[in-house]
Design a protein around this ligand. Structure first.
Ligand code: PRP
Length: 207
């Protein structure tokens, strides 16, 4: 189907405001998006914006429902989607960490079983399997920090930004799994077929 412009999937949630600011600075008017925040599709000049759950953005882009997207690298890594990541953006900066209850001795030894509560099962499994440990992954949707406090898990693998949730809940960071930032991602076919549009959008985002 021939169409005008490109489709950009944006992650709702913690990076949404910074993403809109970036688009605004790049010369794209985002007023329509703010006003009608319960809507999921916004038609702008030469650009259609999809408002998505962050973890779904890489899938929309991989499957070509969107030509490109802006989403945190945590969601990209967890999705293991086949997409291009041409630009790292300077916001949404946080870390993926392993944390445990203060005072608990957590042994990182090959062969050891460990209960891990997380919203990021693939990243967490890979992290412990790389260390030749046997993780039992307990998938949670939110408030992951509760798990080690009530004995549901030994550790959590989760993101931390200000460190406030870790501090307030008597947890300690044991290790950093990865640094995270927002990224501009592109569908592999769209990168070829809509090259000029994508290039123009990505260079305006870089300015
Ligand atoms: C995220 C993350 C931590 C918290 C960390 O949760 O899962 O719980 O933010 O941020 P901090 O270091 O600034 O305290 P989010 O707010 O997305 O909600 P959730 O717990 O429901 O997943």
């Amino acid at each position: 189907m021939a169409r005008k412009g490109i489709i950009l999937a944006l992650a709702k949630g913690r990076i949404f405001n910074d993403t809109l600011e970036l688009l605004k600075k790049s010369g794209i008017s985002t007023d329509k998006i703010k006003k009608k925040s319960r809507e999921l599709i916004f038609k702008l000049d030469g650009l259609t914006i999809l408002s998505c759950k962050p973890s779904d953005v890489p899938k929309y882009v991989e499957l070509g429902a969107a030509d490109c997207g802006i989403v945190g690298s945590d969601c990209i890594s967890e999705s293991q989607c086949d997409i291009y990541e041409p630009i790292g953006l300077n916001f949404g900066l946080c870390k993926m960490i392993v944390a445990a209850k203060k005072g608990e001795k957590i042994e990182f030894k090959a062969g050891k079983e460990i209960k891990v509560a997380t919203k990021y099962p693939k990243i967490a499994s890979e992290y412990f399997i790389r260390r030749k440990m046997s993780p039992e992954i307990i998938y949670l949707n939110g408030s992951v920090e509760l798990a080690p406090l009530i004995g549901l898990s030994d550790v959590i693998v989760d993101i931390t930004e200000t460190g406030e949730t870790i501090r307030k809940n008597n947890l300690k960071v044991i290790d950093t799994v990865m640094n995270i930032s927002a990224k501009f991602i592109v569908n592999k076919t769209s990168y070829r077929t809509l090259f000029k549009h994508i290039q123009s959008l990505s260079s305006s985002l870089k300015k």
